[in-house]
Design a protein around this ligand. Structure first.
Ligand code: C6P
Length: 421
């Protein structure tokens, strides 16, 4: 057992954390060549690559266990149900939630936020109330609240950040008042890499009776998570950012909150009984999982959690920080390059602009070198406006990223600058 309470990952025999070259062997896609060049994958914040263990767990499910869950009395259905519920328990342990019933399987972070807005929000947020966000939110943690505010007559408020990309906590504190019903804030910014002080934000919000939803999409692959230590009410994550499949994620919500929340969607498995006169709803988490769920996705997410918990979190964090520091220093030294997001506490997301060169041109030229980065507004347009930018180039790291990837990026950027000289 390691510090996160998981067992060692099913990697190559004799694997010793943390050897990035060996770890990379667990990700078959990374061995590819793109346009004849070795793939340099620096787009893990958009979606991470998948280790063999996740791919195998998902194909094993289809090969040996596939049946609908919670519905059959036959062997395969019971086996699939057991695997699905085991995956839920893995996510519970990963988040250190108190009960497996506090984990709702959803499509991803976006669906988790919409679920809370349209269930908890609909019941508790009324005209005159306020929902507090921060400038650095992803659209998935803005638009659902805007929709709720339009429906309810509540008001959206926004806590500002400083130039380095850190939340202005004094301003945030000033904005939380008796009207604040919900504070929805990202744990880690997908553009700046900033790690927000969630515990402190929770203290401030709870002191005024407000609930806190944390968008954990970018935190889950990098940070050791403990929702009870954070004290948050809701926590959302996406499987595909944490080495698992797309189309699956999790919403954590404290049991008493979930129990008092109305259903999100109607359909199979969220009911106890249905008649044309009246429907009785199932208990959480099933009340929020209408229809046949993404069973193989849950199995894949469970395998991804095993993979992540099997890495030594201290060694992983040290490795990611070392590559980040190397990258920050090297990029900052490039003439004409400006880093966007230089918070003291940040993870491996490097957004930047180059004088006189459009981010899309940077991305396109790098692509021909086999280097994958993301360019654009990163679904955070209000944050872009804060910096007076329409777009940035963004290189983002995963557990398999290395200083060699950064060297390749630097060589690629030299070519970009050569083209525009
Ligand atoms: N960010 C990026 O390239 P979904 O799409 O539901 O899995 O996750 C949405 C989401 C929510 N919050 C944050 C902080 C995110 O970074 C994301 C997804 C990707 O930055 C795709 S836009």
């Amino acid at each position: 057992m390691n510090r996160r309470g998981g067992s060692l990952p099913p990697l190559a025999e004799g694997f010793v954390p943390y050897q990035v070259e060996r770890l990379r062997q667990a990700f078959p896609i990374l061995a590819q060549r793109i346009y004849g060049k070795p793939l340099v994958y620096l787009d893990s914040a958009a979606t991470s690559q998948k280790p063999q263990a996740v791919i195998e767990a998902m194909s094993r499910f289809f090969l040996e266990e596939n049946a609908n869950v919670h519905r059959g009395v036959h062997y395969l259905s019971l086996r699939a149900t057991e695997a699905y519920e085991q995956a839920r328990a893995k996510v519970q342990r990963f988040l250190n939630a108190a009960h497996p019933e506090e984990i709702v399987f959803v499509r991803g972070t976006t669906e988790a936020v919409n679920l809370v807005a349209q269930t908890y929000g609909k019941v508790h947020v009324h005209a005159g109330d306020e929902v507090l966000l921060s400038t650095m939110e992803h659209h998935s943690n803005i638009v659902p609240w805007q929709m709720l505010c339009e429906q309810s007559g509540a008001r959206l408020r926004v806590a500002p950040i400083d130039d380095s990309g850190e939340l202005l906590l004094d301003e945030l504190e000033r904005l939380i008042g008796p009207r604040t019903k919900l504070v929805a804030v990202t744990h880690v910014s997908n553009v700046l890499g900033t790690v927000n002080p969630i515990q402190r934000i929770v203290e401030l919000a709870h002191a005024q009776g407000a609930r806190v939803l944390v968008d954990g999409a970018q935190a889950a692959p990098h940070l050791k998570l403990d929702v009870r230590a954070l004290g948050c009410d809701f926590y959302a994550l996406s499987g595909h950012k944490m080495y698992g499949p797309t189309g699956i994620g999790a919403l954590y919500a404290r049991r008493e909150l979930l129990e008092a929340m109305p259903p999100y969607q109607g359909g199979g498995d969220m009911i106890l009984s249905v008649s044309f006169e009246k429907t009785l709803y199932n208990k959480p988490p099933y009340r929020f999982e209408a229809g046949t769920p993404n069973m193989v996705g849950a199995i894949g997410l469970g395998a991804a959690v095993d993979f992540l918990t099997g890495l030594d979190p201290i060694a992983l964090a040290a490795h990611e920080q070392a590559v980040l520091t190397y990258a920050q220093r090297a990029l900052a030294a490039l003439p004409g390059l400006r880093l966007i997001g230089t918070a003291r506490d940040k993870i491996g997301v490097l957004s930047f602009v180059l004088d006189g060169i459009h981010p899309h041109d940077i991305g396109t030229i790098l692509d021909r070198e086999g280097i994958a980065i993301r360019t654009g507004h990163h679904c955070a347009q209000p944050l872009m406006q804060r910096y007076g930018l329409a777009a940035t180039a963004r290189a983002s790291l995963g557990c398999y990223s290395s200083e060699q990837d950064i060297d390749a990026l630097l060589a690629g950027l030299a070519k970009v600058q050569e083209v525009f000289r």
